[in-house]
Design a binder for this molecule. Structure first.
Ligand code: PMP
Length: 384
């Protein structure tokens, strides 16, 4: 059965498992150990760092391997607050909670939201007006995890550069799906392996050479002093193997984008009254968020699950939290509409036939929910 919650996490790709198995058997030693086997792991780790740096167009020492994007995002916000104790931070209103909550924790009420339009995108001119006021840091993600909407990070980074304001880009959902070129124009860049077929618990943070004082965690002198702790080389090997096998960067982007357009239209037509969320053009090829005409999203999601389709009500990180998505709220959706939103996010292996199967299931669930409602005398069944 196809899987439609790839923005939450993805299964390990076979090449990743192979690379990790090999590294776990052959390169498990501590890269800081004084004997030759340790030095070999060190050399392999540095090769991986070079490869990742090259993909981003940055210098290898600028890459700090971390436990994932949440850690990386927290480190950037904490460091900005330490550097500017009286400063304020500008964050897009649709950032991931690991940015929004870290901003709130470290900057308190000195956080200013950069608004988005109804299509989910920040307006570069509106962002520039805020940048002109001199924040300590600007946070603008590359692609949104809930809606898939792409942000104009290139333009905003350009303006930040011109005004001497540092910019942080959470590129978790972009990397491996779209070309990384240009991200070097952002001072801090964050990625995570498990969204693209790699293992959980490994990611990176790009720290510019101009900022040697950023410490993710104190300890040994690993990662050029940016992050103490024994490096997890087998996980890093898995991350690189995952990125290498991501087909999204191999020139079939146009086909993927067309498939996304066809799938979106299919879902829209299959259940009349379905509303597509966010920009139709500036959007990840794997993500479609819909607002169906009726029924709370958790009912849809559990019905789809029983039919064999795993989808989500939005961000997995927001699951369990009260209230509708802050992302849809920022886009102007009423809370009642946002409570109906369903996110479908495919992997690199998801084809149009899988989207067709999903659309058929979406239709069946719609019919089942309506039948149930009419049996219930016309009122919506409340499932707890
Ligand atoms: N940022 C974005 C945009 C994400 O989608 C996620 C994962 N939901 C994260 C950060 C957190 O990533 P990790 O699981 O590696 O901590």
């Amino acid at each position: 059965m196809p899987y439609f919650d790839a923005n939450a996490t993805t299964p390990l790709q076979p090449a990743v498992r192979e690379a990790m198995d090999e590294a776990l058997d052959e390169a498990w030693q501590n890269p800081s150990s004084p004997f030759r086997a340790g030095a070999r792991v060190r050399a392999r780790l540095e090769l991986a760092r070079e490869e990742l740096a090259e993909r981003l167009g940055v210098d290898p020492p600028e890459i700090v391997f971390t436990s994932g994007a949440t850690e990386s995002n927290n480190a950037v916000l904490r460091h900005a607050a330490e550097r500017s104790p009286d400063g304020w931070v500008a964050v897009s209103a649709v950032e991931h909670p690991s940015v929004l909550e870290a901003a709130r924790a470290y900057f308190g009420d000195r956080v200013r939201r950069i608004p988005v339009a109804g299509d989910g995108r920040v307006d570069p001119d509106a962002a520039d007006a805020i940048v002109a006021e001199g924040p300590a840091l600007v946070c603008l993600m590359a692609a949104n995890n809930e809606t898939g909407v792409l942000q104009p990070w290139r333009e905003v980074a350009h303006r930040c550069r011109a005004r001497g304001v540092p910019i942080h880009c959470d590129a978790v959902q972009w990397l491996g799906k779209l070309p990384a070129s240009g991200l070097a124009g952002c001072d801090y860049v964050v990625g995570s392996a498990h969204k693209i077929g790699g293992p959980k618990g490994v990611g990176f943070l790009r720290v510019p050479v101009s900022d040697p004082g950023l410490v993710v965690q104190y300890g040994g002198a690993q990662e050029s002093g940016h992050r103490g702790g024994t490096e997890n080389y087998p996980a890093v090997a898995g991350f690189l193997a995952a990125w290498r096998t991501c087909a999204g960067e191999r020139g079939d982007l146009g086909d993927r984008e067309r498939m996304r357009g066809d799938a979106a239209r299919l879902l829209e037509e299959t259940v009349p009254g379905t509303r597509l969320v966010g920009s139709r053009e500036a959007v990840l090829w794997n993500t479609i968020m819909v607002v169906p005409p009726r029924f709370a999203n958790h009912r849809w999601v559990s019905r789809l699950d029983r039919a064999g389709f795993q989808a989500s009500t939005g961000s997995a990180c927001a699951t369990g939290k009260e209230g509708p998505s802050h992302v849809l709220g920022a886009m102007g959706f009423e809370p009642e509409e946002a409570r109906r939103s369903i996110r479908f996010s495919g992997t690199h292996a998801t084809g149009i036939e899988h989207w067709r199967e999903l659309a058929a299931a979406y239709r069946s669930v719609w019919e089942a929910l309506r039948a149930e409602e009419s049996q219930n005398g016309g009122s919506e069944v409340i499932e707890v």
